[in-house]
Design a protein around this ligand. Structure first.
Ligand code: HEM
Length: 408
C-alpha cells in the first residue's frame, strides 16, 4: 500500500522506460513533471526532488552540499538495499564523498587518461576484429549483442584489469543482477558476495609475492597494497566497480547505437565507412540522444541548497535526470532530433562533477572503433526483428537491449 500522502506524486522512475528503446523518456511522461524541479515518489516510497534541466543537473552534481553516499540515512534509494549492503561497500568509490572518494579515484586517474587509452587502441582494434569475426561466423542472422556488443567491452576491461575473460558468464550474470532494480534483495546480496569472493581470490593471487603481471590490478597490488596505501578489500571493491561499469555501459551503448543507426539513419551508418573522421562527433550525439543511465543519479542534500528556484532542504533526496538534461532546448536545438553532425559535447551522459565517469576516454574509443569497423565490415547490415519485439532492460539502472537480431 502506498501511503496516502504520496499517491498524488508521480512515480520515478516511470514504469515504461523501454517502450521505444530509442526514446529515454516519453514526451508524454516528461509532461507529467510540470516544473523543472518536481517532487516525486520513489519505488521505496521515499520522496525526492527530480531535477531535469541541464544547468540545474550540472549545479546539483558539482555542488559539495550533495552526497553520493548511499549509506547515509535518508539517501534516495531507487530500490531497497539488500541485507548487509552497507558493510560491503569498501572500495566502491562511486558511492563515496570527499577525501574518501578522491583518495581512491586518484589512484586510477592516470590509467584512464586519454593518452593511456590511446596506447591501448591496438588492443581495442584487435578485440573488435575478433568479435566481428564471431559475428560473421554466427550468422546471418545473428544476435549482435551476444556476439559483439557485450563481448567487446568485456574482453577489453578483462584485459586491462587482469581478470580472466573465460569467467565472463559468471561475472556478466552477477553484474546484471546488481543493476537490476527488480532483482530480489536476497539475490543481489548473494551475487554481490559471490562476485566479491571471486575478485578477492583474484586480487590475493595478484598480491602474492612474485606476481609481475602488467595489468591494472597487479600494478595496484604492487604499488598501493604492498606499500600499505590500499587495503585488499578496497582493491576488491574498486575491481568490482571497474569490472561492472567497464562492460555493462559500453555494451548497451553499442547495441542501442547500432539499432538507432540502422533504423533511423541508415545513410549515416553507410557513410561511417568512408568518413571515419566524423565518428567522434557521431559518438557524442549518440551518448546525448540515448542517455543510457536513464534512472538518473541520486544524491542526498547535506545542507539547504536552492536548485532551479526550488529550495532542497538538508536531508532531502534529489535525482539528477541525465536524459532530460541532454534534451534541454536551452542547450540543444531541436533536442528530440537525432542530428549526427551536432556538436553535442556539452551532454551529461557521463555525469558531471567529481563523480563524472572516469572511463569516458575508454568508452569513447570503444564506441568509435566498434561502430566504424562494424560499418566497414558489414556494409549491408540490417535489423532482423521489428523494434517493438526487441527485449529491453527496462528495469536496469543502465538501459539497454538484451538482444539485437541482425542480418546482412
Ligand atoms: C558509454 C559508456 C559509459 C557511460 C554512459 C557511463 C556513465 C557514467 C556515469 C553517468 C557516471 C556517474 C555516476 C554518478 O555520478 O553517480 C559514471 C561513473 C563511473 N564510470 Fe562510467 N560510464 C560509461 C563507461 C565506463 C567505462 C568503460 C568505465 C571503465 C573504467 C567506467 C567507469 C566508471 C567509474 C569507475 C565511475 C565512478 C567515478 C567516480 O565516482 O568518481 N564507465 N559513469
Amino acid at each position: 500500500m502506498i501511503p496516502a500522502a504520496l499517491t498524488d506524486l508521480p512515480l520515478w522512475p516511470p514504469t515504461n522506460l523501454g517502450r521505444d528503446p530509442l526514446v529515454p523518456l516519453d514526451p508524454g511522461e516528461r509532461d507529467r513533471f510540470d516544473a523543472p524541479v518536481t517532487k516525486v515518489r520513489l519505488p521505496t516510497d521515499a520522496t525526492a526532488w527530480l531535477v531535469t534541466r541541464h544547468a540545474d543537473v550540472r549545479q546539483l552534481l558539482r555542488h559539495p552540499g550533495f552526497s553520493a553516499d548511499l549509506s547515509r540515512p535518508g539517501f534516495p534509494l531507487l530500490r531497497a538495499l539488500p541485507p548487509g549492503a552497507l558493510s560491503d561497500r569498501r572500495g566502491g568509490f562511486i558511492r563515496m564523498d570527499g577525501m574518501e572518494h578522491s583518495r581512491l579515484r586518484r589512484m586510477l586517474t592516470a590509467e584512464f587518461m586519454l593518452k593511456s587509452i590511446r596506447r591501448i587502441e591496438p588492443l581495442i582494434r584487435q578485440t573488435v576484429d575478433r568479435t566481428l569475426d564471431d559475428l560473421r561466423d554466427a550468422g546471418p542472422p545473428a544476435d549482435l549483442v551476444a556476439t559483439f556488443a557485450l563481448p567487446l567491452p568485456s574482453m577489453v576491461i578483462c584485459h586491462l584489469l587482469g581478470v580472466p575473460y573465460a569467467d565472463h558468464d559468471f561475472f556478466q550474470l552477477r553484474s546484471r543482477t546488481l543493476l537490476d532494480r527488480d532483482a530480489a534483495p536476497e539475490l543481489v546480496r548473494e551475487h554481490v558476495a559471490q562476485l566479491r569472493d571471486y575478485l578477492h581470490r583474484l586480487v590475493e593471487a595478484k598480491c602474492a609475492a612474485g606476481d609481475r603481471a602488467d595489468d591494472l590490478l597487479s600494478r595496484l597490488a604492487r604499488d598501493r597494497v604492498d606499500t600499505g596505501e590500499l587495503a585488499v578489500d578496497e582493491l576488491v571493491g574498486m575491481a568490482m566497480l571497474l569490472l561492472i561499469a567497464g562492460h555493462e555501459t559500453t555494451a548497451n551503448m553499442i547495441g542501442l547505437s547500432t539499432l538507432l543507426l540502422l533504423r533511423d539513419v541508415p545513410g549515416r551508418y553507410a557513410a561511417l565507412r568512408d568518413d571515419p573522421d566524423q565518428a567522434d562527433t557521431l559518438v557524442e550525439e549518440l551518448l546525448r540522444y540515448l542517455s543510457i543511465v536513464r534512472t538518473g543519479l541520486p544524491r542526498l542534500a547535506l545542507e539547504d541548497v536552492e536548485i532551479g528556484g526550488q529550495l532542497i532542504r538538508a536531508g532531502e533526496g534529489a535525482i539528477a535526470v541525465l536524459s532530460t538534461a541532454n534534451r534541454d532546448p536551452v542547450v540543444f536545438d531541436g533536442p528530440d532530433e537525432f542530428d549526427p553532425y551536432r556538436q553535442a559535447h556539452q551532454h551529461v551522459a557521463f555525469g558531471f562533477g567529481v563523480h563524472q565517469c572516469i572511463g569516458q576516454p575508454l568508452a569513447r574509443a570503444e564506441l568509435r572503433i566498434a561502430l566504424v569497423e562494424l560499418a566497414r565490415r558489414f556494409p549491408d547490415l540490417r535489423l532482423a526483428a521489428p523494434t517493438g519485439q526487441l527485449p529491453t532492460r527496462d528495469n536496469s539502472i543502465v538501459f539497454g537491449l538484451d538482444a539485437l537480431p541482425v542480418t546482412w
